[in-house]
Design a protein around this ligand. Structure first.
Ligand SMILES: Nc1nc2c(c(=O)[nH]1)N[C@H]1C(S)=C(S)[C@@H](COP(=O)(O)OP(=O)(O)OC[C@H]3O[C@@H](n4cnc5c(=O)[nH]c(N)nc54)[C@H](O)[C@@H]3O)O[C@H]1N2
Ligand SMILES: Nc1nc2c(c(=O)[nH]1)N[C@H]1C(S)=C(S)[C@@H](COP(=O)(O)OP(=O)(O)OC[C@H]3O[C@@H](n4cnc5c(=O)[nH]c(N)nc54)[C@H](O)[C@@H]3O)O[C@H]1N2
Ligand code: SF4
Ligand SMILES: [Mo]
Length: 695
């Protein structure tokens, strides 16, 4: 007689790099394996809803290709030839090499490199404790949030906003520059609630007719990099038609009269010529938000991945400020709540031993750094060792030709701690197998909401996988560094961090699974003032001084417009590059994660380039045909996908496929750039001028 499997239910947190940071309910079968994963109904932002790719997580955690043992390279770099070694051999070799490189070239020759493969605070950020304790080169993390956060903070002085659950209480939800259906499904869930329960309108603004626009009442498709023009024209109409809240503006903003005067020439006709929208569309949008005071602007990352992205984000943020929407429940603007947590991270990150004199290398410029670009190296010596956790730069970083050349250097010692043999791990000298989130303990926070959450270990890891924390501590010991954080368990670190940050204890958090830290209404809506000392919203930010953590101003920051305006620093199309390319997110991948799971691969099919049928006809290209898209950085082969939903002159490659999924092993980041957008850097992944031809 066969026994029925014993299924138990446990709570957890999705660790992936996603603003939703969903609270999960996980089935554990016989204490060993993962069954279904569902959204937690008790947590009111997740509200029982998660994306399909994480609902099928058993595919990823029990994947036959997981790394199970430490490996040492035996063939040439990138050949794929590795031998199995023990953990002791691996750790001893890493420590020996790091110490030798440090002795010969100084500690800054070692560069710990990481990102947000897991968003758990202990497992993600612990690498910085080792960095600081050893005075290894710092990382300036620019690949994702820099332009967007800077643009938002430029206006508010703070990275926070109204309770995102208020979307459900709004009369008009504006989803701007985020493909929420793909990237953060909960936004749609709350917006659709507002439509069902109170007849709210949903406006979505993007550069192609994506899955989110398909669900909108008003879908605005504009030319890439022209959002500030739209915002200016909308504000022009709001002032013109008496929808500006002048009392609010006088009390809460810095320069409303200057703004109004400046906008006099920013008419809908002016913006129509820039954005490609019709005057009627711009007027309709402006009237909608002018007459619905409870308008909730959900501002995404995507439209800030342009070289004028910080200016565009700030301009969009100014719109609900002109109507005074911040004053109402269901009104205002939200981008991220990362500013509300105020963690004390000195034990996790070793901030007490950080030396501000150590050089900071730009994460997005890893290709330039590894190929010896003097400016990228901050005029210092070469990077001779990399220690990588939680990221896959040999797929996701811009200027891939340089990235690949750098990783191929025989004099570079590369260690990659990973769950799978990613394209980055394949270039390593030593590969270490990593746990997945249900195999270790960690503390999480929501970016798109306001919960602190606990995700405890639910099952044993396969093979010899070790967590990031275990690996960092084991290395610290061999490298002879001393810091209290290396002697603590993840639970102890979480407990200390919670207590010191005034968020109770770990036991309390574990008992409740999550803690809702939503600030009170007046604070969240900035009714007692914005984050600047004079409490005023900035229509005229002092860009180089915007209070976002930064490495000093960069890019053409002196030329930034003083007031919201269209700023022409994007890679505009020209005669030899007639198209503008954006690398928008694929629904079934998360950056390069899930490019290993069978169901995601099946649903995505293969790398394609969406282009308008008329553009295709002009180039004599038919659907499915292999085409080449390129610019001065290189070229990429993809299959043509004809789609009426892109405007002429714009092409979209939903990403990020591995380089190896493309002919010649050159993926989409071959043609994206790593130059620094103003004012504090970033990565303009959706801002590329390209040519297209038949293969
Ligand atoms: N399925 C899936 N989910 C993800 C990810 C993924 O890759 N796939 N990535 C995760 C990560 S790391 C992040 S940071 C978030 C990001 O999530 P989002 O905030 O959604 O940002 P992006 O994914 O960069 O792009 C969103 C949209 O911006 C559009 N866009 C590009 N340029 C412009 C422009 O000039 N103007 C306007 N209005 N729109 C523009 C793109 O076409 C795209 O539809 O999503 C996370 N979630
Ligand atoms: N063309 C183009 N490129 C882009 C973007 C784009 O829109 N277009 N988006 C950019 C953005 S917004 C971002 S954030 C970056 C993200 O790029 P990455 O940070 O590289 O994100 P992922 O591709 O998801 O890779 C994360 C890796 O971490 C590993 N990992 C997960 N958990 C753990 C763990 O606990 N321990 C260890 N050791 N490893 C773990 C996963 O297996 C995975 O390989 O990509 C950027 N690149
Ligand atoms: S929506 Fe984002 S946070 Fe939620 S389960 Fe999917 S990837 Fe994870
Ligand atoms: Mo990101």
């Amino acid at each position: 007689m066969t026994e029925l499997p014993r299924i138990t239910h446990h709570s957890s947190v999705c660790p992936h790099d996603c603003p939703s940071a969903c609270s999960l309910e996980v089935e554990v079968i016989d204490g060993r394996s993962i069954g279904r994963v569902r959204g937690n109904k008790r947590q009111s932002y997740t509200d029982g809803v998660i994306c399909a790719k994480v609902a099928r997580y058993s595919e990823r955690i029990h994947h036959p290709d997981r790394l199970l043992h430490p490996l040492r390279r035996t063939g040439p770099k990138g050949s794929g030839a590795f031998e199995r070694i023990s953990w002791d051999e691996a750790l001893d070799e890493i420590a020996r090499r790091f110490l030798a490189i440090e002795a010969e070239h100084g500690s800054e020759a070692v560069w710990p490199y990481y990102y947000a493969g897991t968003m758990g605070l202990v497992m993600r950020d612990g690498i910085n404790r080792l960095r600081h304790a050893k005075r290894y080169s710092e990382q300036y993390s620019t690949i994702c949030t820099t332009t967007a956060w800077t643009g938002f903070i430029a206006g508010t002085g703070k990275l926070a906003g109204p309770d995102p659950r208020e979307m459900a209480k709004s009369d008009c939800v504006v989803i701007w520059g985020t493909n929420a259906v793909h990237t953060q499904v909960n936004v749609m869930h709350h917006a659709i609630k507002a439509r069902k329960q109170r007849g709210a309108k949903i406006v979505a603004i993007d550069i192609y007719h994506n899955a989110t626009l398909a669900q909108a009442d008003l879908a605005l498709v504009l030319r890439p990099g022209t959002d500030a023009a739209l915002a200016c024209a909308v504000m022009h109409v709001l002032f013109r038609d008496g929808h500006a809240d002048r009392d609010y503006l006088a009390a809460h903003t810095d320069a409303p009269d200057e703004l109004e005067a400046h906008l006099a020439t920013r008419t809908p006709e002016w913006a129509a010529a820039i954005t490609g929208l019709s005057v009627a569309e711009i007027e309709e949008f402006a009237t909608l938000i002018g007459t619905r005071k409870k308008s909730f602007f959900r501002l995404g990352y995507g439209f800030a991945r342009q070289r004028n992205g910080a200016v565009a984000m700030h301009a969009a943020l100014c719109v609900p400020t002109v109507t005074g929407a911040w004053q109402y429940e269901g009104g205002g603007a939200f981008h991220s709540n990362s500013g509300i947590y105020k963690w004390r991270k000195s034990l996790i990150e070793g901030l007490d031993v950080a030396d501000p004199k150590v050089r900071r290398l730009d994460q997005s410029q890893i290709g330039r750094v590894l190929t010896g670009d003097a400016q990228a190296l901050r005029q210092g010596g070469a990077v001779r060792a990399l220690f990588i956790q939680n990221t896959n730069p040999v797929s996701v970083a811009p200027e891939q030709e340089l990235v690949k050349q750098g990783f191929a250097r025989e004099d570079l010692f590369t260690v990659v701690h990973e769950q799978f043999m990613t394209e980055t791990a394949a270039m390593a000298d030593i590969v270490l197998p990593a746990t997945q989130f249900m195999e270790h303990d960690d503390l999480y926070q929501g970016g798109g909401h306001q919960h602190i959450m606990w995700g405890g270990k639910l099952v044993e890891a396969p093979g010899e996988c070790r967590s990031n924390h275990e690996v960092i501590c084991a290395l610290a010991q061999r490298l002879g560094v001393d810091h209290r954080g290396f002697t603590m368990t993840p639970r102890e670190l979480a407990d200390w961090t919670l207590r010191e940050s005034g968020r109770g204890t770990l036991d309390e958090l574990v008992a409740n699974d999550f803690l809702d830290i939503q600030p009170d209404f007046r604070t969240a809506h900035y009714l007692d003032g914005f984050g600047y000392r004079d409490r005023k919203f900035r229509f005229k930010p002092d860009w180089p001084k915007v209070p976002n953590a930064n490495a000093g101003p960069t890019g053409p920051y002196e030329q930034m417009p003083a007031l919201p305006d269209q700023w022409d620093v994007i890679e505009a199309a020209d005669d030899s590059h007639p198209f503008r390319l954006a690398t928008s997110p694929a629904r079934n991948f998360l950056n390069s994660t899930f490019t290993e799971t069978p169901s995601s691969l099946k649903k995505e099919g293969g790398p394609t380039l969406m282009l308008h049928p008329d553009d295709a006809a002009k180039l004599d290209i038919v659907a499915g045909q292999e085409i080449i898209v390129g610019n001065r950085r290189g070229s990429v082969h993809l299959a043509a996908a004809l789609f009426e939903g892109v405007v002429r002159g714009v092409v979209i490659a939903e990403s990020i496929w591995p380089n190896a999924a493309h002919r010649h092993g050159r993926g989409i980041n071959t043609i994206t750039g790593a130059d620094s957008p103003a004012p504090f850097g970033g990565a303009a992944f959706h801002d590329n001028k390209v040519w297209i031809r038949k293969a």
